[in-house]
Design a protein around this ligand. Structure first.
Ligand SMILES: *Cc1c(COP(=O)(O)O)cnc(C)c1O
Length: 218
């Protein structure tokens, strides 16, 4: 009997248009849940807490998975994150981006990265404003080691569907202006709007795995 997440994975995949990829956000779910959908062909998994991710990576090291870091990145965790993840979605400031570039270069790694933008006021999140991003862009392009692939954004709580759609369109337009191919937009509650606005990476947790265990930051 296939589990719910196997069914949901097939359903979601069938609904995604070409060019929109599924990042399976596995935070708060055990290694066994990852293994199950990896068996179906899912390769990209997103985690937001370093320690939790490292434990699962150790358990799953017989599989060839692509690990994406999507959580808030503390500066003292950059080295470990650069070692454990090949894609980072959450570079939300100049100092963090510059530090990640320097450490990646020391480590001989060249992660794919997304710059996290904040296009609406949101006290709970970090992110580049579009002005700050445009101003820093020439310097960002000259940083070593990082392969800047796109922009990531999250909609604040309480927006209408129409407002979320406008926000995602704005993020897409900014990525276009910078000639960045990827947009990491859309979570379980708003991925339809994100797809309609040109998302290339949907970060889906509960829509795929069901409700997650609360987990501590770390
Ligand atoms: C947890 C998380 C997700 C997935 O959230 P769901 O609502 O469960 O799909 C996506 N993006 C980020 C940055 C997250 O922290």
């Amino acid at each position: 009997m296939p589990s719910h997440s196997a069914d949901r994975w097939r359903d979601l995949r069938a609904q995604l248009p070409d060019g929109a990829r599924l990042l399976a956000v596995s935070k708060g779910h055990p290694a066994a849940a990852i293994r199950e959908i990896a068996t179906l062909g899912q390769r990209a998994f997103g985690e937001s807490r370093l320690q939790e991710a490292q434990l699962k990576q150790a358990e799953l090291n017989d599989l060839s998975l692509q690990w994406h870091f999507i959580g808030r990145l503390q500066s003292n965790k950059v080295r470990a994150v650069v070692r454990a993840f090949s894609v980072i979605h959450s570079l939300d400031s100049w100092s963090l981006t510059e530090r990640t570039a320097r450490i990646a270069s020391e480590e001989g790694r060249s992660p794919e990265v997304f710059l996290q933008v904040k296009l609406r006021p949101d006290p709970n999140k970090g992110g580049w404003s579009s002005d700050a991003l445009l101003e820093a862009w020439p310097q960002l392009c000259s940083l070593p080691a990082l392969r800047i692939r796109g922009l990531m954004t999250m909609a604040p709580q309480g927006l209408t569907s129409q407002e979320r759609r406008m926000l995602f369109e704005e993020c897409s337009a900014l990525a276009d202006r910078l000639e960045l191919p990827e947009r990491s937009m859309g979570m379980s509650g708003d991925w339809h709007e994100a797809v309609a606005s040109g998302s290339t990476w949907l970060r889906l947790g509960s829509a795929l795995f069901g409700p997650r265990q609360p987990v501590k930051d770390g």
